[in-house]
Unconditional design. Sequence first.
Length: 198
Amino acid sequence: MPLVTPKNESILPEDLQSKIQFFKGPLGVVPNSILTMAYHPNIAKAFTALNVAVMECHGEVSGELKRLIGYMTSATSGCKYCQAHSALGSKRFGATDERFSEIWNFRDSDKFSEAEKAAFEFAIAASSVPNAVDQAISERLHKHWSDEDIVEITGVIALFGYLNRWNDSMGTTLENLPAKTGKELLSCHGWDTGKHRG
């Protein structure tokens, strides 16, 4: 049961309805998290603008990798809602079943580059409480990524950190499409919808 029932998209102000259509591209749906933020339209607008800015790709960090980093962040934080969303997003941005199935074996997998592995280690450390980013992780990240790329990677981790807190606290109801993806890709790792079932 969600803490706050998401608003119906059809009753939102037109300018907000227009802005949040962005999410249908990467996810196929407008997330219930955004429809909950819509109780305060400026929060929903600001978050949408931040999401657009963070998920744009300007350097070497691909859209697929950003969503895999989002998954690592969400799994570390324990947010099942965001795990399903980031799994769906990563698939829509080109993650193969093979790559996704190897995500938690990334350290020993040949499906990921050393640069990707460094980004995943950073995501896990940055998402941990307390934060576990240390000199070794920092040096490894700098070995493979420019400062601009590190800012993009950190932006993804911080964005999902916000979403992880929002959705776990709100008990946001998981939509059908990400729920289906979660069952297909994550159930083998013990994932279920938990507090996010409809």
